[in-house]
Design a protein around this ligand. Sequence first.
Ligand code: NAD
Length: 255
Amino acid sequence: MHVDLSNRVAIVTGASSGIGRGIALGLAGAGAQVVVADLDDSSPSDAERTTVEAITDGGGTAVFVACDVADDDSVAALVEATVERFGGLDILVNNAGISHAGTIEETTPEEWHRVLDVNLTGVYHGVRHAMSHLKESEAPRIINVASQLAFVAQPEKPAYLASKGGVVSLTRSLAVDYADVPVLVNAVCPGVVSTELTKEALADPERRAAFEQQTLLPYLGEPEDIGAMATFLASDHARFVTGQSFIVDGGYTAQ
Ligand code: NAD
């Protein structure tokens, strides 16, 4: 299957690192012009090159725009900068996310709100500002990054699980409301993927072993595994797919 995203413009939030970086590289590899949106352009991981450098060194087109998805004005400026630079917007990937561990009694209102503000309200901000431009596209796509934890629980992550359940519901809601354009809206729900977010847990041999045991396939996920699904959903091959949440988890939720 040949995926051609040339002449498409994509925003990927949280693309300096991890899964967002994997998605940005996937879309750029298929020819899309990519806006890497993040708090900072330096990857917190050990990557030698920023996401923009990795794309442009490979002959692709990418720019960095600083953005806090929890801030409505910041997201408005991101969309404006994208349209100004590339003349439009075809693909919005709402990927930026944070986690928080602790029972609900241990979670302060500030921690609760920050997780919801980034993971769920950030999607609202992105869609709110991007929609008028997406409607002008010939093949508009919204891809939200939720989590397998929208479907199964892990202990002591109430804010994170609530936010990701919200993203799955919001995905359906948007698909229904914009099907007549049509803007296709789907979510990708990763399982355990090796990134900054999971670094601490995966460094703990006991927790790593538990994740490996629960994952059906004999390996954990890499950012490019999620990038491949997102690239398919962004492509013309996915023209009959909307309102769905695709779990990409090596079989974690199958048992
Ligand atoms: P990561 O920490 O490697 O990357 C997250 C990126 O988002 C970082 O570059 C960070 O700077 C950016 N970010 C954080 N807050 C932001 C904000 N307010 N505005 C803009 N950018 C912001 O984590 P990751 O594992 O790549 O996570 C990416 C997405 O995938 C998240 O939504 C996460 O919940 C989801 N996810 C990850 C896993 C996993 O196992 N890694 C599993 C399921 C879902």
